[in-house]
Design a protein. Sequence first.
Length: 255
Amino acid sequence: MIRFNKISKSVLRTFLVIIGCFLLLFKNSVYAEPNDQQRQVFLVLEKQIDRGNSEGIRQKIVDLDGYPLHAYLWYKWLKKNLYLNADIEAFQRQYSNTRYAKPLRTRQMTYFAQQQQWYAVINNYRIGDGNSQQCLYYWALYKTGQKSQAMQGAASLWVNGYSLPDACDALLKVYKVSSFLTSEVNWQRFQAALKNRKPGLAKYLKRFFSQDNIKVADQWLATHNNPSRVSNCYRWDYKMPQAALIFSHGIHRLA
């Protein structure tokens, strides 16, 4: 009985191994050809999209659903066809966690702005978007009558110590002649620009200062370029409201 059990277990183990190998080989033989076919379809579609050939491509991409690079292929196609709202919405639902979701949304946001579809721009905006998308969003608010909120948003972007992208041009053109562009806001951006080592931007901002403030800005720029000037701070005009900030900036540059 003991001998029979040992033989039975050995035979059963061998049988299971054989079955496992059979299933593995059978699976590979069954699915090898369709996977190869999908790969070939993918490569053909990728080339057709690159060449701008759009005939019949959409349905072929839909039929390729389940292929590992399906999201990439859909993105590649949709970014050239940003008017396909329903398809893009479906893409965002299906592939919201992929690296293609945000670039596609921001591309379509730019497309909506070009088409002056301002409410679509507003609906596409998400908190945390980059400067270009923020500018388009605030410009869309302005164009839909929400001017105060738009200018407040422009002010928050203006104090950024870096140059702003071209997408901000329309918004900033209006902002620069508005009452929201105050001397205080200009100084905030000027200080941020020098802190970020962007003296070119700081020089550009001088055009928005009064003559008295231009003199102060020149002192600040001179100290930025030659921070050892703080050693002669006793000669400075301490009536300058920014004197302490200029001194602190020079000390920081020397550190």
